[in-house]
Design a protein around this ligand. Structure first.
Ligand code: ADP
Ligand code: MG
Length: 396
């Protein structure tokens, strides 16, 4: 179903509540260290301003657990400061997200002005999706717009609950872009469709793998989960992380791939260490089998080459899950190599998952991908084939 977006609505003179994801990282002085999430919401915000809406923004930040006693740590003030710089106009920061003071501020808003409500999660009713709280938020506005893809997999008062109590609703441009790219990559991919799946655990990615097996032509496995697959084929994997209770599942996944004629590629060589540490001895093992005293911490150079060839000749590449313990330099090459290959690829390239997106960012290649999802958990649930409550709530 086509998602209705903000540009389908008349906004002039209306109070438009936009749920954004301003859950940004802060330094010790309370300065925003990465404003990517704020910038990702700008197209929707500037559109609403240009349409002469009275703009009300709301977000969560961190995990204040329903309390405002640590307000200095969880306030959205740093985000308000950064947003104001980016917009080149004042942003009014409310000292709460509900209550008489906020009602008054919302009422007094003029066309084109921007009001940012204080952290939604200062109230336990937000995450509880409390109906009374949802009604209170809805009473602030005429139009509800969800542009917080990062929390779209959560049914909270501001991300889903309040949609029932507003006159008009729509998705913002970021949510639309996410749903479009992730949806197109999975639903109607240019072929061959090559998926790369890595990360720590098979158990985290069962549904992701199953959904991709039904759609992809090739699935390349990397990360720690590769050792569970190798162990399931009785390949020795030394001290590598193996989920012993998932061996049967790994076998079933491999059987399914065969039955569906999906090429399921596993590492043929490895970068190993004697411990998962930056200072560990680094050994390239030029074989599928890993010696007993070592653990696999990254895909090896021949594996990277094989995966790179698939990436370069793909119509669509979808990647979720780092190829190794990429946070530590000795084991980062497989992950950065995949990111570079995707950056060079001619096909559509889409990255989902929090750590994978961080790896692409670390490599400085975000701009060279077709789409890097801003939603970690939300993008995974989307790829699992689940309906996201924050997206569903935008539909009539
Ligand atoms: P995403 O957030 O992109 O979905 P995951 O959360 O599934 O990715 O996995 C990322 C984590 O997996 C990273 O912290 C990475 O260090 C870890 N990882 C990947 N390969 C290995 C490995 N061989 N050994 C230990 N940890 C690994
Ligand atoms: Mg992760």
């Amino acid at each position: 179903m086509a998602l209705k977006t903000i540009d389908a609505l008349q906004l002039a003179g209306k109070r438009v509540f936009i749920r954004v994801d301003f859950n940004v990282p802060l330094d010790e002085q309370g300065k925003v260290t990465d404003d990517a999430r704020i910038r990702a919401a700008l197209p929707t915000i500037t559109y609403a301003i240009a349409q002469k809406a009275k703009v009300i923004l709301a977000s969560h930040l961190g995990r204040p657990k329903g309390k405002s006693d640590d307000k200095a740590r969880f306030t959205l003030e740093p985000a308000a400061v950064r947003l104001s710089e980016l917009l080149g106009q004042d942003v009014i920061l409310a000292d709460d997200c509900a209550g008489d003071g906020v009602v008054k501020l919302a009422r007094e808003l003029r066309e084109g002005q921007v009001l940012l409500l204080e952290n939604l999660r200062f109230h336990p009713e937000e995450e509880a999706n409390d109906e009374g709280f949802a009604k209170e938020l809805a009473a602030l506005c005429d139009v509800w717009v969800n542009d917080a893809f990062g929390t779209a997999h959560r049914a909270h008062a501001s991300t889903a609950g309040m949609a029932r109590f507003v006159k008009e609703k729509a998705a913002g441009f970021l949510v639309k872009k996410e749903v479009e790219y992730l949806g197109k990559a999975l639903g109607n991919p240019a072929r061959p469709f090559v998926a790369l799946v890595g990360g720590a655990k098979v158990s985290d990615k069962i549904k992701v793998l199953e959904n991709l097996l039904a759609r992809a032509d090739t699935v390349c496995i990397g990360g720690a989960m590769a050792y569970t697959f190798l162990a399931a084929q009785e390949v020795p994997v030394g001290k590598s992380l193996v989920e012993k209770d998932k061996l049967e599942l790994a076998r079933q996944i491999m059987d399914k791939a065969r039955a569906r004629k999906v090429d399921l590629l596993l590492p043929v060589d490895h970068v190993c260490g004697d411990a998962p540490k930056e200072t560990a001895r680094r050994v390239v093992v030029a074989d599928r089998a890993i010696p007993a005293d070592l653990m696999g911490l990254d895909i090896g150079p021949r594996t990277l080459d094989a995966y790179r060839q698939r990436i370069l000749s793909a119509g669509t590449v979808f990647w979720n899950g780092p190829m190794g313990l990429f946070e530590q330099k000795p084991w980062a090459e497989g992950t950065s190599g995949v990111a570079r290959a995707m950056a060079q690829a001619k096909g559509v390239t889409v990255v989902g998952g929090g750590d994978s997106a961080a790896a692409v960012e670390q490599a400085g290649l975000v701009d060279q991908m077709t789409h890097v999802s801003t939603g970690g958990g939300a993008s995974l649930e989307f790829i699992e084939g689940r309906e996201l409550p924050g997206v569903k709530a935008c539909e009539d």
